[in-house]
Design a protein around this ligand. Structure first.
Ligand code: XMP
Length: 514
């Protein structure tokens, strides 16, 4: 597929995925590559523009990540951000040194609106600064086009060669007009048309899947989560019932979730595919009986999934392709794209490829960010309820039940969670809270109901606001809403006589309970 592309060269900064996100928001496709990538490879991609990201180093120190001067002479527009800006100046003959004043945080910046970078940007605007070093002298043929009280070169340009440098971070939302600046670069300077749209992604993907698969057989592990659902529908539209989806109900799903997945993907749903639901609830509960250690529970649940899937795959026999719901952050985080450390393996369904007899993996969502996956889902007509699902961990309710998992505890947490989700939606909070769910503590306490003494479990309600799921704060849910939830859970869910609201942020807590 030939499409216009911007290459983001990663120098190890923490906001590098955000740079790519913002560029894609301008409907321009871009990919992240490490600064170690050979320049010939970059040239071969024929990008319309290059963006150099921030990074933690000082560009004048020996061994610091660098790039060749040739990069600036390819006739391709280049935008350097933070470290990338300093490196551009350093490589082209300017000067970068330790700043007398370290700038960090929201800062007022004065920009030259005659610069192509700042078209339609306010002359004084707020930007996000984070740097120790500064550009003390711009490279020859560059002019300064922005400054702050402490930073004489907040941006510089050489318009004749389409080279631009910005000291601050336009990709961070705290830079109020940052997206406009990036759009000015990719459209105004690089001349990108901005034709990266999800409808054309869907059409192209369907075509290329058909071409690749031919008459082959394809197997997909469907969890009912956003990524695997979107991948499955895309495959179904492309190759219909050459696709078989195996959905393992491990009995640790949310209330009615197994049936909801079956309604959409099963024989009575709108999609052409072979759907196999494996009801493995009892199998999981018996493996988990008596197990209380969180890591052991996770391990059992993961291994059992592989075993169940393996058995189903054997029944189906050899297939040509296995589908994985890998998305772009998985690719980058596994060190395959940019410069970031290996955070997790890129297989969403860990271990599966080893137990299935197949020739090749298909990853139809490999180039997409999560919100783009959701857009593709909507484009494909997948119900909104499914497309906007909250994240749900692979081990499911198994890690939301503290201590031993039993069928009765699963019922309690499913019912409590269903009430909680219903009331949050009724209060109109469902799209604004990052993640929320009920968990079952391992604590029983004395209560009184009617005139009877009770000795029942305590349910914990969790709700967090988070952008990246790496850090999180407890959400401020109105007390009245919490009270309704509490009273409904105690009245409607047998076995519960207390409800707690979890105020813990992450860190020190995690979002899940185990
Ligand atoms: P924690 O509990 O680590 O969770 O703060 C961060 C985010 O990751 C999700 N999570 C998981 N997702 N498999 C998954 O697919 C898992 O084992 C798992 N554990 C946690 C969690 O729901 C939250 O969104």
């Amino acid at each position: 597929m030939s499409r216009e592309m911007v290459v983001v060269i990663d120098f190890g900064g923490q906001y590098n995925q955000l740079v790519a996100r913002r560029v894609r928001e301008c409907n321009v496709y871009c990919e992240i590559y490490s600064y170690r990538t050979d320049i010939e490879k970059i040239k071969a991609m024929n990008p319309k523009g290059i963006i150099l990201t921030g990074g933690p180093n000082s560009c004048y120190e020996p061994g610091a990540p660098t790039c060749t001067a040739e990069l600036f002479n390819l006739g391709i527009p280049v935008l350097g951000l933070c470290y990338g800006a300093q490196l551009m100046m350093h490589v082209l003959g300017g000067k970068v040194e330790k700043a007398p004043v370290r700038e960090y945080g929201k800062t007022e910046v004065h920009v030259d609106t005659a610069s192509k970078l700042f078209t339609n940007v306010s002359p004084t605007t707020i930007c996000w600064m984070s740097h120790f070093d500064y550009i003390s002298k711009v490279a020859p043929d560059f002019t300064i086009c922005a400054h702050t009280a402490d930073c004489p070169v907040a941006a510089a340009e050489n318009p004749a060669k389409n080279l631009y440098a910005i000291q601050f971070h336009p990709e961070v939302l705290h830079t109020q007009e940052g997206t406009k600046m990036l759009e000015n670069f990719v459209k105004g300077v690089c001349g990108c048309a901005g034709d990266w749209r999800m409808d054309s992604f869907v059409a192209h993907s369907i075509e290329s899947i058909r071409e690749k698969v031919g008459n082959g057989k394809v197997l997909c592990a469907l969890s009912g989560g956003v990524d695997s659902s979107v991948a499955a529908v895309l495959l179904s539209k492309a190759i219909g019932n050459q696709l078989t989806c195996v959905f393992v109900d491990h009995g640790l799903l949310r209330k009615n979730e197994g049936d909801e997945v079956e309604e959409v993907f099963g024989p009575n749903g709108p999609y052409e595919l072979n759907f196999i639901r494996v009801n493995a609830q009892e199998r999981y509960y018996s493996k988990l009986a008596g197990v209380t250690e969180p890591e052991q529970k996770r391990k059992i649940i993961g291994e059992e999934f592989i075993r169940v899937f393996e058995e189903e795959a054997k029944k189906i026999g050899a297939v040509d392709f296995l589908v994985q719901g890998t998305i772009y952050p998985d690719v980058v985080e596994s060190g395959l794209g940019g410069e970031s450390a290996v955070i997790k393996s890129h297989h969403n369904v860990g271990g599966l490829p080893d137990c299935v007899d197949f020739k090749e993996i298909i990853e139809p969502l490999r180039d997409l960010f999560k919100d783009e996956v959701r857009k593709v889902g909507l484009e494909l007509g997948i119900p909104e309820k499914l497309v906007f699902r909250q994240p749900f961990p692979g081990p499911g309710l198994g890690i939301r039940i503290v201590g031993e998992v039993t069928a009765d505890k699963v019922r309690i947490v499913q019912d409590a969670d269903a009430i909680y989700r219903e009331e949050i939606a009724k209060a109109g909070l469902d799209r604004s809270i990052g993640q929320y769910f009920a968990a079952l503590t391992n604590m029983r306490s004395v209560g009184v109901m009617g005139d009877e003494r009770t000795y029942d479990y305590a349910v914990a309600l969790r709700a967090v606001n988070t952008i990246d799921f790496m850090t999180a704060e407890a959400a401020e849910i109105p007390f009245e809403v919490l009270q309704i939830v509490m009273s409904r859970i105690i009245n409607e869910v047998r076995g519960v006589n207390r409800v707690f609201y979890d105020l813990t942020s992450k860190p020190p807590g995690t979002i899940e309970f185990e």
